[in-house]
Design a protein around this ligand. Sequence first.
Ligand code: FES
Length: 455
Amino acid sequence: MFLRMATPRLPVSRLDVAARLLAGALPRSVTPMIDRVRLDARAMLSSLGPGLPPVVKSRAGQTARPTPLEEIDPIDHLLPRRVAAAVHQLGRDLGMLGGMLSGRTPPPTIERGPSAYASVDQTPAGSLASRRVRVTFVRDETPDARSFGLAFDDGSPIAFEAGQFLSFELSVEGKLERRAYSLASAALPGVEPFITVKRVPGGKVSNAFLDGVEVDARIRVLGPSGLFVVPDDAGDTLVLIGGGSGITPLASIAETCLRGDQERRVVLVYGSRSDADVIFRARLESLAAEFPERFRLELTVGPRLDGDTLRARLGDFPRAATYFLCGPGPMMDACREALIEAKVSPARILEERFSRRGALDVTFEDQPVVVKAGAREHRYQCRAGQTLLEAGLAAGLSLPFSCAMGGCAACKLELVSGQVHADESSCLSAQERAAGFVLTCVSRPLTPVTLKLDA
Ligand code: FES
């Protein structure tokens, strides 16, 4: 399993905020220089006196570093906390409104509401309630991958952004299992939404889908949700890199972009084990024929896609492009490393990781958890290896969640104290991680922890 512990950060100073504001006002090309001057200034000031913490210091055996410039949000540091939260929310609402006015599909269905966060034991996360979809068609894509057309049972459309997923609830062997599957169809009017499920050896849900789900089956889902979507500032080129069933959100993004956007170029590098395993071959080749100027398709068949293959296929990586990675963990790690080596900004790399990965390599013990919600406190015990969400729900708390896999941020809470070990997650923003938020669905406590729900 690929695990990441949050790197301790030194407190953000006025100097950091000033540097961030300056970087925002000047061309991006001078940002590295501003950052260097900031770090040098911090080092110099800290050597003169106690005004600023040193650039690097040891804390409880860990090294704390200045917060990276791109993670500093001046709004959070210049405005009172509640005002900053309101400004962020207003920005999200305006973005949502702008998207709707410009004809884009609505954002995730995960709603917010003051009451959902006011008291964990009184207010169920009703806005996250699942809905029923009906399977409208079943189509084989490869010998072990099958597509399932979907429609909400009540007839309402499944509105989503290309790259988002649904979390399915299936009863397998008497136990409720939940898995997320990306919508693989284009997010365009008139296109019937579908997911594509690839059989995983021993995989309970994928096998249940392929062996038992037929046309007219009804399944409960949460979502659509997820932030693996094309950002507004994505630039004029999208580079999509995928392996195996990781093609599903990428195919949606590629087709939506090519058919719905008149200008953006798309490069898709897609690796499969064998010719027979190439999912959507005909669809992708037909897009390449239809959009020869704007779509470059690089299929690789054979050994797993890695940094060398990527360099061979892409040549110079377009620096101003936005990169999307989805596929097996080792493939994603290798490709990400190659992109970083090629000086692609991490902010330009989006990742989607759905697979639960291997066994944890850390030892957990039972830990007490406190959840503060306004003036109230709720206490429960997290058994060794349980996630904060699993234990909280088992204790009867109505904590917010949706995908339960680290992909939607619905379960985001502030970690007030203590340490957690979290699965790699791509859906918390750098600012949210720096501000101490954790995803309870993929976080396990290493020490007693206190969490905070916004009242
Ligand atoms: S419930 Fe979706 S990230 Fe935790």
